[in-house]
Design a binder for this molecule. Structure first.
Ligand SMILES: Nc1ncnc2c1ncn2[C@@H]1O[C@H](COP(=O)(O)OP(=O)(O)OP(=O)(O)O)[C@@H](O)[C@H]1O
Length: 328
């Protein structure tokens, strides 16, 4: 995709809070027109901090940000009418009804959708005359979304749009977001739900401690991860008794006593070789768990690294000689 086709273009973005804490540490990403991009990350990874800059709500400490070809902070007037923003907490006046809230917002929005249409889009049609303060958490999220959609935005920023929604509400929101994207809306969303990213995203990035740890389509992010085989060896058997790792088609390993964890890019080959060895050697593998790479595993790997529990991604193709060791 050519740079001029990017609706969102971010290069080496940094955000520093008062006190000097750097929450965003050199993020670069781009989103094409009509694309849906998901930002994932552990708590405090910097998703909202990044999003607020793209929405023009905060000024970056460094880096270049363009939304629809403009600097969203310095050229806010050019960008704001063309984007829709759903914050984590809209913070509306609680005494107004749902309809009054939307009307008030529509009054400040040029070319706004009819209020009734926005309410129907988010499934709040029957709650129009209810005061905001009595809405459930999920209904408030729907109201947030309705407000973001009022101005028929070209670019929609959604910060955790389905947090607090029940399963049906989440499905409804996904269907709406898919429909908007099908109509050409560009969407950037943050989410804690990996299945949400899998269901919706054309591309995604996993943020970790202010940096992008992994980026691409779901398939690309997943295929960068190894699959795993975990098992316990029975009494009298040790990791060093296993065949050489290259014979197993294994690219990495760890072990804790008799519990062995193997990483492989070729799960079928490794699982078959392991099971053939176990059968021939008469070894019963306990708690055998064979797990294909998944977005969840990719995410957990990044989170484990955060906790200093990272696994080696590669290891020499030799036997695990640990007869005298108790742990890796
Ligand atoms: N106003 C602020 N002043 C100082 N630090 C802040 C401020 N806002 C956020 N932070 C810190 O910046 C880091 C990133 O926060 P941010 O809210 O962007 O993360 P996030 O990925 O959106 O997290 P979550 O998933 O929990 O919403 C966190 O360590 C947070 O404590």
């Amino acid at each position: 995709m050519k740079t001029e086709d990017h609706v969102i273009d971010v290069t080496d973005l940094r955000r520093v809070y008062g006190g000097g804490f750097e929450a965003v540490r050199g993020v670069s990403l781009s989103v094409g027109r009509g694309e849906l991009f998901a930002l994932l990350g552990t708590n405090g990874a910097g998703k909202t901090s990044t999003l607020e800059i793209l929405e023009g709500l905060a000024r970056p400490a460094a880096g270049r940000v363009r939304v629809l070809g403009h600097d969203p902070y310095a050229e806010r007037d050019a960008v704001r009418p063309r984007i829709g923003v759903m914050l984590q907490d809209g913070g509306f006046p609680s005494e107004l009804t749902v309809r009054e809230t939307l009307r008030m917002w529509a009054g400040c929005t040029s070319g706004a959708r009819p209020v009734g249409e926005a309410l129907e889009m988010v499934g709040l049609g029957k709650r129009a005359d209810v005061r905001v303060k009595v809405l459930s958490g999920g209904e408030k999220r729907r109201l947030d979304l309705a407000l973001a959609l009022l101005g028929r935005p070209e670019v929609l920023f959604l910060d955790e749009p389905t947090t607090g929604l029940d399963a049906e509400g989440r499905q409804d929101t996904w269907a709406l977001v898919r429909e908007l994207r099908a109509q050409g809306t560009t969407v950037l969303l943050t989410t804690h739900y990996l299945e949400e990213a899998e269901a919706l995203a054309d591309r995604l990035a996993i943020l970790h401690e202010g940096r992008i740890a992994s980026e691409g389509t779901v398939e690309e992010v997943v295929s960068a991860q190894p699959s795993r085989i975990t098992f316990d060896l029975p009494d009298g058997w040790f990791p060093g008794d296993l065949p050489p790792l290259d014979q197993l088609g294994v690219t990495g390993h760890s072990h804790d006593g008799r519990t062995v964890r193997l990483m492989t890019q070729n799960l079928q080959q490794a699982a078959t070789a392991l099971l053939v060895w176990a059968r021939d050697a008469g070894v019963a593998l306990g708690s055998l768990d064979v797990r294909a790479a998944s977005l969840e595993e990719a995410f957990l790997d990044i989170a484990r690294e955060a906790d200093g529990r990272g696994e080696p991604s590669t290891a020499p193709a030799v036997s695990l000689d640990t007869r005298k060791e108790t742990a890796a």
